[in-house]
Design a protein around this ligand. Structure first.
Ligand SMILES: Cc1ncc(COP(=O)(O)O)c(C=O)c1O
Length: 345
């Protein structure tokens, strides 16, 4: 346990946070108002009707059945319950490399054997090594694929049913497709859960729904699997404010698509801006961009009040902010690159 990995990041209190793939926009007024109305009931455990309502709304949003939904504290809550509750120490987990860092954190905590299958770097996109994943999946307990992938921003299976079938049939384990960025990518495999009992889809309201610190997300899976996972949790795992925020957001989900559209437009501008600075940047269908740089950027950017992330050596990931935040980031990055060029010259 002592050797277990930790989620590792440095934070800033003041300044611009472009390191955690959050939404740069506050939750909408109607969500905040609904939450405030319920705060005086914080002395009570949540009524099960609220969880049921959350299940119904998430089901409607995804065109699945309410008993195929397991509401969780963020998408991470869903990932954690699969990694911690559905495995035994020593089981094998197959992951793309790079991919969302919490898979490794949970798998090291539980003493799982991690098999990393490197993504292949292309000119614009990164691609999964499909044949290798299928081979490694045979004796795996979990195959976890974030689709789109974090940190590259690239699509993986793209909702291709044929590929999903091939994968779920190649393993007796769980195939976990993490669609944290679904509102940006707009493709999903959620409707396949009724057909494939070992398929699990992870969703969150932390990104386009702009509710990161409320900690609300859900898992979509076959109803028998949902029942098992529910046994490993209490009916009170999601706080009342989180449930109310989730329910109110899903009653009126169209704002998330507007957020996703605006962020996607800012992303395209930031992509062009980085290219103009001569930076090698990859395309993305998410709320972040991955780019290449060999020298340290974290510290000089932090000094200028901007946090980004360095998920793998030689690569940086920047979350897409508001138009102004993207502009400021480009300006500051430009300064840093100029400084380092003049020192080298
Ligand atoms: C791929 C992926 N999955 C899941 C999450 C979990 O987010 P949350 O627990 O806030 O829903 C993230 C957050 O960055 C992510 O990038």
């Amino acid at each position: 346990m002592k050797e277990a990995k930790e989620y590792d990041f440095s934070d800033i209190k003041e300044g611009i946070r472009l390191h955690l793939n959050e939404s740069p926009f506050s939750p909408p007024e109607f969500v905040i108002n609904a939450v405030v109305k319920y705060l005086s009931q914080g002395n009570r455990y949540q009524h099960p009707d609220l969880t049921r309502r959350m299940k119904e709304l998430a089901a409607e949003y995804n065109k699945v059945e309410p008993d195929e939904i397991f509401p969780t504290p963020g998408g991470d809550g869903a990932i954690r319950s699969v990694f911690l509750n559905l495995t035994l120490t020593g089981d094998k987990v197959v992951l793309n490399y790079p991919s969302y860092s919490m898979y490794s954190v949970y798998s090291s905590f539980k003493g799982l054997k991690e098999k990393r299958v490197p993504l292949k770097e292309g000119q614009d996109w990164w691609k999964e090594d499909w044949e290798n994943i299928l081979t490694e999946a045979r004796d795996a307990r979990i195959v976890a694929i974030d689709d789109p992938n974090n940190p590259t921003g690239s699509p993986m299976l793209k909702g291709d049913e044929g590929k999903v079938r091939e994968l779920v049939e190649s393993t007796k384990g769980i195939v976990l497709i993490d669609e944290a960025y679904f509102e940006f990518s707009k493709y999903t495999v959620s409707k396949l859960v009724s057909r494939y009992p070992n398929l699990v889809v992870v969703r969150t309201l932390s990104k386009a729904f702009s509710l990161a610190s409320f900690r609300i997300g859900y898992l979509i899976a076959n109803k028998d699997l949902v029942k098992i996972l529910e046994k490993g949790s209490t009916p009170f795992d999601i706080s009342l404010p989180a449930l109310i925020a989730g329910i109110t957001a899903l009653e009126n989900p169209s704002y998330a698509l507007r957020v996703a559209d605006e962020i996607s437009r800012n992303r395209e501008e930031l992509y062009q801006g980085l290219t103009r600075l001569g930076v090698k940047v990859y395309k993305s269908i998410t709320n972040f961009l991955l780019f290449k740089h060999n020298e340290d950027l974290l510290e000089p950017l932090m000094r200028r009040g901007i946090a980004i992330r360095n998920p793998i050596k030689g690569f940086y990931r920047v979350s897409i902010g508001t138009k102004d935040q993207c502009k400021l980031f480009l300006e500051k990055l430009g300064e840093i690159l100029e400084d380092s060029n003049s020192k080298q010259g």
